[in-house]
Design a protein around this ligand. Structure first.
Ligand SMILES: [Zn+2]
Length: 337
């Protein structure tokens, strides 16, 4: 190649990058029951999100993903595609290396290898919790190289770790399983994973219910309105009882914040993040001032300095936005990928 054609080739590559960096990416969040997707630009959705039913079997899922991408391609110019999927993902090859019971047979599927040649678009695959964490992080901090841990409090506890602005994957792409941190050593409460005293056995929604039932067993029926619903106790019963100044409900809720804070302090001591972002079904019920005070009280001074705890701002769309933004950043910030 002579100098002129080399220069032309560099100019063309730069033009391609400039053009691509102004286009949106398609973000796809693949779950066990539905596939959600939308166009993403500048850390937010720029099209109304759509939903499709997740078909059964890996071949049908791949085909459905291909059809969705083609549908978007027919109506829009897109820079690339990010796919957030349940399961552990080798992000270099774009392969699901371990799956969950929600997607049987999905482990071993190379999503990138299947979709890239068919769609002629760059495809980036990421674990769904990591993609959601990246979306939350980017929407709040854009390109700042801060460290943030996104903690999902729901029926379990999940998470995504962003270190210096990048997703931390760990040795086998399995980092971020923070729900199974041990917060006690007395073998008191069995976790869904088969081990005792994991953080999620205490800090999840079911953890709060268990704590409340333990407290109820120590008092008589006249001491809490929650006795009326003891057989079908739910989080909303507890929240309602707090609003009615029920002493036991308040005690259970404070104890739940204490349990959540213990896991957060443990993570903070290891990683010294700037922020925790709390998402998931329990996140609207958190008293963020109380939780932040509890964490700062238990942490070393330098770990606690400037540490903040925020509620998620993206809600159920975090996975789509994170997946789309990963595809965009692979063009805009290629050194990160
Ligand atoms: Zn566990």
């Amino acid at each position: 190649m002579d100098i002129n054609s080399q220069e032309n080739s560099i100019i063309n590559t730069k033009l391609d990058q400039m053009l691509q960096s102004t286009l949106p990416a398609l973000g796809i969040d693949l779950g066990g029951t539905k596939i959600s997707c939308g166009l993403v630009s500048n850390y937010k959705l720029v099209s109304e999100p759509k939903q499709y039913k997740t078909p059964k079997g890996s071949a049908n899922i791949l085909d459905q993903l291909y059809k969705i991408i083609e549908e978007y391609k027919a109506k829009n110019l897109i820079a690339g595609v990010g796919v957030a999927t349940a399961g552990i993902v080798d992000t270099t090859s774009g392969t699901v290396i371990d799956s969950t019971f929600n997607l049987p047979g999905w482990a071993g599927t190379n999503i990138k290898q299947y979709l890239e040649p068919k769609t002629m678009l760059p495809i980036h695959v990421e674990n769904d919790a990591n993609a959601a964490a990246y979306g939350e992080f980017k929407s709040k901090f854009q390109n700042h190289n801060l460290s943030t841990i996104v903690v999902t409090l729901g029926t379990g506890i999940g998470g995504g770790i962003i270190l210096n602005g990048q997703i931390f994957h760990g040795e086998n792409y399995a980092a971020g399983e923070i729900g199974h941190l041990k917060i006690s050593f007395e073998n008191k409460r069995l976790c869904t994973c088969g081990h005792f005293d994991c953080w999620e056995a205490y800090g999840s929604g079911p953890g709060l219910l268990k704590t409340t039932k333990e407290l109820l067993s120590e008092v008589n029926s006249s001491q809490s309105v929650l006795y009326e619903n003891i057989n079908d106790l739910s989080t909303s019963h507890i929240i309602q009882a707090i609003e009615n100044n029920d002493f036991l409900a308040k005690k259970a809720f404070d104890l739940w914040h204490h349990h959540v804070s213990i896991g957060l302090v443990t993570i903070a001591q290891i990683l010294n993040p700037r922020t925790f972002i709390i998402s998931g079904g329990m996140s609207p019920f958190v008293n963020y001032t109380l939780l932040q005070e509890m964490v700062i009280d238990k942490a070393l001074a330098k770990v606690a300095q400037n540490l903040e705890i925020h509620q998620s701002r993206l809600g159920i769309h975090a996975g789509i936005i994170g997946a789309g933004q990963i595809a965009l950043d692979a063009i805009i910030l290629p050194k990160n990928y």
